[in-house]
Design a protein around this ligand. Structure first.
Ligand SMILES: NC(=O)CC[C@H](N)C(=O)O
Length: 366
């Protein structure tokens, strides 16, 4: 068994056992509190550039299966667990996490104190780290200096958004889905409702989108800082008021920025399948799936046409908004919830109803 090190920019060194790829890797370490759903997390493009640690102590016990991927190519920089199951047992299991990560050239480390790691992230905030072999030549001071000098990764969305548009046909509502690094779950939910979906790259101009005569626009999740997606913000700004919209996570942030709101980086993010969110209009609390490091500043909504609709009950940050004049709503959490609870799945039905209501208005005017 090969030894591997996880070295943090504050100088903390964790020594564990290597699995997955043999290469060294660098990224921002983030923790997620989901007790299951590691396959969906590994393949969620919103984790681009990040080393993911799971707080639940045993990971991999049902293996990797054919059906639960959220994207074709996983883009995490590393995977950190307390204990990795070597002999998964599940009727859907195709291969082990170790074999899967090896095939995708992603390094992992197991046998480290993931609680300690999580407490460091919670108290220090965003932490850069490197995963490397435990050789004699490793000079921790040099690595720490290198980590501290490395600028944060930018342009995440460009790396994960498709290069060209493609259809996912249906007979129902025509939806243009702007893919900022989409989880497949979003497409799955639209397909389930028979939507005629056209998936387009993040930098598709508004005129091109409108030329498809969509009934609605879906803004996907995606990685990185929403302020670094000016093309997306511009496109969305030019679509407001022209067609109903529904946004999720990065899509929610980009829409809010397009309306004049501001975003900020959360101290350590919201990641997991157990985050309570309150709908301020109904008083109902949903348990939600989340994966975000940024949030929209609630105070900045005042100068916009947006109404705050949802808040996180753990830290009272913004979890959803609605446009005061146009049929547009967006949420910071994941109603497509893979992995996670399905409490908020009804939002996709509301999107369909919103498109139907808008189409009805068009007929009355005709
Ligand atoms: N899942 C997402 O879309 C994440 C949005 C954004 N990248 C954030 O971290 O806040």
């Amino acid at each position: 068994m090969k030894k591997r090190l996880l070295i943090l920019e504050d100088g903390t060194v964790f020594t564990g056992t290597a699995f997955g790829s043999d290469r060294a890797s660098q990224g921002e370490v983030v923790f997620t509190t989901g007790m299951t759903g590691y396959q969906e997390s590994i393949s969620d493009p919103s984790f681009y550039g990040q080393i993911v640690t799971i707080t639940y102590p045993l990971v991999g016990n049902y293996g990797i299966n054919r059906d639960d991927f959220e994207s074709i190519t996983p883009v995490i920089r590393g995977f950190v667990v307390r204990e990795l199951a070597k002999t998964p047992s599940n009727f859907r299991c195709d291969l082990t996490v170790d074999d899967y990560l090896t095939s995708k050239d992603i390094p992992g480390i197991e046998g480290i104190d993931t609680r300690k790691l999580t407490r460091i992230i919670r108290s220090k905030g965003s932490v850069k780290a490197i995963l490397t072999a435990a050789d004699e030549e490793v000079n921790v001071d040099d690595i720490v200096a290198q980590l501290q000098a490395t600028p944060a990764i930018t342009h995440h969305v460009r790396e994960v958004s498709p290069k060209a548009a493609y259809p996912s046909p249906g007979r129902g509502k025509r939806v243009v889905l702007i893919d900022f690094g989409m989880k497949h779950g979003i497409l799955r939910e639209l397909n389930k409702r028979d939507c005629d979906v056209l998936v387009v790259p993040y930098n598709t101009p508004a005129e091109e989108i409108l030329a498809w005569h969509p009934d609605g626009i879906m803004l996907s999740n995606g990685p990185g800082n929403p302020d670094e997606v000016p093309e997306g913000i511009e496109t969305v700004r030019n679509l407001i008021g022209k067609v109903p919209m529904f946004g999720i996570c990065l899509g929610h942030q980009i829409f809010s920025l397009a309306c004049g709101a501001k975003s900020f980086k959360l101290p350590f993010g919201h990641r997991g399948g157990n985050h309570p969110v309150k709908d301020l209009r109904t008083g109902r609390t949903d348990i939600t799936s989340q994966n975000h490091g940024y949030a929209i500043d609630i105070d900045s909504l005042e100068a916009t046409d947006l109404e705050l609709t949802h808040i996180a009950l753990n830290d009272s940050t913004c979890e959803g908004v609605r446009h005061k004049k146009y049929p547009i709503f967006t949420v910071q959490y994941h109603p497509e919830a893979s992995p996670g609870p399905e409490d908020s799945n009804h939002l996709f039905d509301e999107f369909i109803e919103m498109m139907e209501a808008e189409a009805g208005k068009g007929k009355q005017h005709a």
